[in-house]
Design a protein around this ligand. Sequence first.
Ligand code: IMP
Ligand code: MG
Length: 173
Amino acid sequence: MAEELVPVLSRSEIADTVKSLAQRISKDYSGKDLCVIGVLNGVFVFLADLVRELTVSVRVDFIRLASYDSGNVSSGNIRATKEIELDIKDRDVLVIEDIVDSGLTVDFLLRYLEQFQPKSVKVCAFIDKTERREVEVPVDYVGHVVEEGFLVGYGLDYDQRYRELPEIYHLKP
Ligand code: IMP
Ligand code: MG
């Protein structure tokens, strides 16, 4: 089966988006004690770019999640396979996601983080993919809205491939 990669976002479009997100975040968190928590694995590229454009200092941590489901249908049976290690009590937390799809991951994360009593929790996603949303979740900082399709590149994978591509593509089977 030949997979086709259709360009969606170029390197320069991605860089512009990262800069404008970083400006908004830097302004909103100026003078605050910000912890960014990236959701592995997909976020590693975006997070590395984003934090280097911030003009506020941050603490960085990661969480890794797994679903109990068999197959590729997400049901929300999610658990952390790598917990956060930072102390976020009374701190401002920004969850960083590569892409929000059904919303189940962000929904889980917001409930998971509550137990640590952070001062505030907001969500930043490079891509907000709206077509398959199952739960309404707040996404406070959105890079790009994409309605549909399966995206790869810039950290996003298909079966662990394509994460290294510097641009974002639609993967057409
Ligand atoms: P959600 O729980 O359905 O919102 O799923 C979010 C996760 O599914 C993301 O963090 C990605 O790992 C994965 N995902 C959803 N859509 C795509 C896509 O188009 N390309 C690559 N990964 C995706
Ligand atoms: Mg992810």
